[in-house]
Design a protein around this ligand. Structure first.
Ligand code: F6P
Length: 358
């Protein structure tokens, strides 16, 4: 009997999602001629009435490789175990989801998403009997099980280009420019883009930063005839003395107007220079994936098809020491990867004179 597999994208989008879907569908069709159903908007297409799924074939994959976003749609507010209701309450709607899964004749799901989506997939497998294979995704690159997630390099590229642009205007006006980049609680985008974009200062969530050290770096540059400075601020970075608890930290950043605004406010009184701040925001998530992400996404799509072919449900594809392998989803989501503050990349930044503020 022809196998029928569903595929969906969950959580925030990342450049490369469409490339994974394309590679999975191509492999499944060309090698085994399975039927593939693309589920709309994360798990939502399975439980909504009528069901929202598309039959995917080689024709539906045309033109997808370089297209950003996800043509299946996604959401990061759709946990079916606690699905938001119009009155503000939450309801477990997994019985409807299982009904949709059975009605569509599906054998299993390929779940492309970050830690939150993978955790939901694993729970659906364990508690509701829906077999899943995982594909890791996030621009933040904070999943410890994989060397890289696709989308990260594309985000770094956008942030680097933004820094190049800020450089020329900073230099013209002798200004201090703050650029806030994404990454949630990890500083991977800030660190890589900061190094690539020639930042003078990089502020990371992993290093509570001392305003006086940052100000001294800017003043030091002024004193040697470099009156402008570029400061990259990870969205989770806060000065010393601020909360270390993640929820508290997020609350503080939201109420304080964002990490770059907080950084600028802390430096303004200490340095005699004009300052401006820019929040790069979702520009980092939009647009086409760079070549590295297209290749990685394609490798992950093919590897996910191989896992399904071998009935290795409950596993997630990953890149390990340059090779695509797999790991139990449970293990993959157990630890969150922060920037290693004693690692080689941080040493590289420090060795080239970049101030981290701590
Ligand atoms: O996890 C990816 C990410 O882009 C983070 O870097 C960022 O904090 C968050 O998602 C933004 O989420 P939203 O799209 O819901 O604003």
């Amino acid at each position: 009997m022809t196998r029928r597999i569903g595929i969906l994208t969950g959580g925030g989008d990342a450049p490369g999602l469409n490339a994974v879907i394309r590679a999975f569908v191509k492999t499944a069709k060309l090698r085994w001629d399975w039927r593939i159903l693309g589920v709309e908007d994360s798990f939502n297409g399975l439980f909504s009435e009528p069901r929202r799924v598309h039959e995917l074939d080689l024709v539906s994959c045309k033109g997808l490789l370089h297209r950003g976003g996800t043509f299946l749609g996604t959401t990061n507010r759709g946990d079916p175990f606690a699905f938001p209701q119009p009155d503000g309450s939450k309801r477990d709607i997994t019985a409807d989801l299982v009904a949709g899964f059975v009605e569509l004749g599906l054998e299993g799901l390929v779940v492309i998403g970050g830690d939150g989506t993978q955790a939901i997939g694993l729970r659906l497998m364990r508690e509701r009997g829906i077999p899943v294979v995982g594909v890791p995704k996030t621009i933040d690159n904070d999943l410890s099980a994989t060397d890289y997630t696709f989308g990260f390099q594309s985000a770094v590229e956008v942030a680097t280009e933004a820094l190049d642009r800020l450089h020329t205007t900073a230099e013209s006006h002798d200004r201090v420019m703050f650029l806030e980049v994404m990454g949630r609680d990890a500083g991977h985008i800030a660190l890589s883009a900061g190094i690539a974009g020639g930042a003078d200062i990089i502020l990371l969530p992993e290093v509570p930063w001392d305003p006086e050290r940052v100000a001294a770096k800017i003043r030091g540059r002024q004193s040697i005839g470099r009156p402008f400075s570029i400061v990259v601020v990870a969205e989770g970075a806060l000065p010393v003395g601020c909360p270390t608890d993640l929820d508290e930290r997020r609350k503080r950043l939201k109420s304080g107007g964002g990490a770059a605004a907080i950084a600028m406010a802390n430096i303004e009184g200490r340095v005699d220079a004009e300052m401006r701040s820019t929040v790069l925001g979702h520009l980092q998530r939009g647009g086409s994936p760079v070549a590295f992400d297209r290749v990685l996404a394609t490798r992950f799509g093919v590897a996910a098809a191989d896992l399904v072919a071998e009935h290795r449900w409950g596993e997630m594809v990953r890149l390990s020491n340059g090779h695509v392998t797999s790991v139990p989803i449970e293990e993959a989501i157990a630890t969150y990867r922060l920037v290693d503050i004693d690692g080689e990349l941080v040493r590289t930044a420090r060795a080239t004179g970049i101030e981290l503020g701590g």
